[in-house]
Design a protein around this ligand. Structure first.
Ligand code: SF4
Ligand code: SF4
Length: 118
């Protein structure tokens, strides 16, 4: 299955798992626009900064993403199904948050395979 075979990722009902403990990489032109920190496993990249208490993105609020209309490009393009296809289980297991997103992607892919609406 190719990327173009996937419809828009159905995020309804998901508690923004990819905004918690994820590793959204920032483009070079975005690093002065958003709070950033060293990427988990890309040593030469920066990612969106995370809160120290629960590891969620600093821009995640109870109402969702506080920079929704101007969020990082990687957030706008993110699809957990592609992560699930492109990252191995062992690599995803390096972080509980990353694993949760990977598992969500796998779940959506399974639903699609079995005729779901995704
Ligand atoms: S983890 Fe997947 S379903 Fe959940 S908000 Fe992120 S992209 Fe959407
Ligand atoms: S910037 Fe917004 S969409 Fe991106 S990880 Fe943070 S809360 Fe989620």
């Amino acid at each position: 299955m190719k990327k173009e075979d996937l419809k828009e990722v159905p995020c309804d009902g998901c508690p923004s798992l990819c905004c918690r403990n994820d590793c959204i990489t920032l483009q070079p032109h975005e690093v002065n626009k958003f709070k950033s920190e060293q990427h988990y496993f890309q040593s030469n990249e920066l990612m969106v900064a995370h809160k120290e208490d629960d590891g969620s993105c600093v821009y995640l609020t109870d109402e969702g993403c506080s920079v929704h209309h101007d969020k990082p490009a990687a957030c706008a393009a993110f699809d957990c199904r592609l992560l699930a296809r492109g990252v191995s289980f062992s690599r995803a297991s390096s972080s509980p948050g990353l694993l949760a997103v990977w598992q969500k992607g796998k779940e959506l892919l399974r639903q699609q395979k079995h005729g779901g609406s995704v």
